[in-house]
Design a protein around this ligand. Sequence first.
Ligand code: AP5
Length: 228
Amino acid sequence: MVGGSAFAAGGPTRIIFLGSPGAGKGTQAGRLSAERKLVRISTGDMLRQAIAEGTPLGQQAAPIMDRGKLVPDDLLIAMIRERVSREDCQNGYILDGFPRTLPQAHGLENIAGREADDRFFVFNVEVPHAELMRRLSGRRWCPKCQSTYHVDSNPPAKAGVCDRCSTKLVQREDDKESVVAKRLQEYEERTKPLIQYYMHHARFHSIDGFRPADVVFRELVGYLEGQR
Ligand code: AP5
């Protein structure tokens, strides 16, 4: 059950975050997960974990991610199918970074069905291009607990060190300038069409993400609460 909120009553709540790289999907999904006690499933984090552990999936994904390309749909759909079947997802979940292509969206429908449509929310976070570049170039990441910071707008208490686990922060390989350009192109060509797709398939809400994270979060929660 989601922390006392009526939007959780009556079945599992599923929330999808759409938005370009750096739009703030992970930031908002993480906050929502903590406040509403809903599992956050970040496919990017899962893939980076697989790479760190050297699993077959990680070995396959690493060179693709380093080039800023999307990992094949069948791998992602299988990963999500397994993850959402676990006990901790039975009351619902937040998807951060999935689906990212039309075949993935169809895959999700096969996995989760359509019966819970009134509890199925899609947030599309919109941020101007120049701000995306600023956010991605300044992002720092904890390779141990996967917390995210920004050198200017969300710095850790001690420069270069994770607040939560004291690990040295790093820049993600795919946040380097040449790779960012490819990720943004992939988004435009393969993920953006999902906006049209979900406009007609779910409770869809576009959010202006070019505002302080607290303001964006309040709007998001207000939208969910308004759906009682
Ligand atoms: P993934 O890790 O999902 O990366 P992404 O979608 O490119 O998104 P980001 O993590 O870059 O950005 P975000 O929107 O979460 O922003 P964040 O909150 O961190 O995927 C990486 C790769 O994995 C893909 O390229 C692909 O290869 C593969 N992959 C993953 N899923 C896949 C799938 N489904 N199919 C195929 N391949 C897949 O914020 C960014 C920065 O901005 C941070 O520093 C943050 O502190 C700051 N910030 C956030 N909000 C604000 C705000 N309101 N104001 C100011 N600063 C802010």
